[in-house]
Ligand binder design. Structure first.
Ligand SMILES: [Zn+2]
Length: 70
């Protein structure tokens, strides 16, 4: 029984993590090339970028839309 409980806990945790990742944030994508502009970004797709100018603020992108650091 303990074994099954342990498995259940792991599955539960994975499901919770998945649910959290799928949660909508209040942020929309700042990319002009975004395929779904104006749609709120889900947690696991969120890609925050801190800009230094003109003043320190954070803009948000989808992971797929964010600027590539290379
Ligand atoms: Zn986007």
């Amino acid at each position: 029984m303990a074994e099954s409980n342990k498995n259940q806990t792991a599955a539960e945790r994975a499901r919770l993590k998945e649910a959290l990742g799928a949660q909508l944030t209040d942020h929309v994508c700042a990319s002009p090339n975004c395929p779904s502009p104006g749609e709120r970004i889900i947690q696991k797709e969120l890609y925050p970028v801190v800009t230094l100018a003109p003043r320190r603020r954070t803009v948000f992108y989808h992971k797929a839309c964010g600027p590539k650091l290379s």
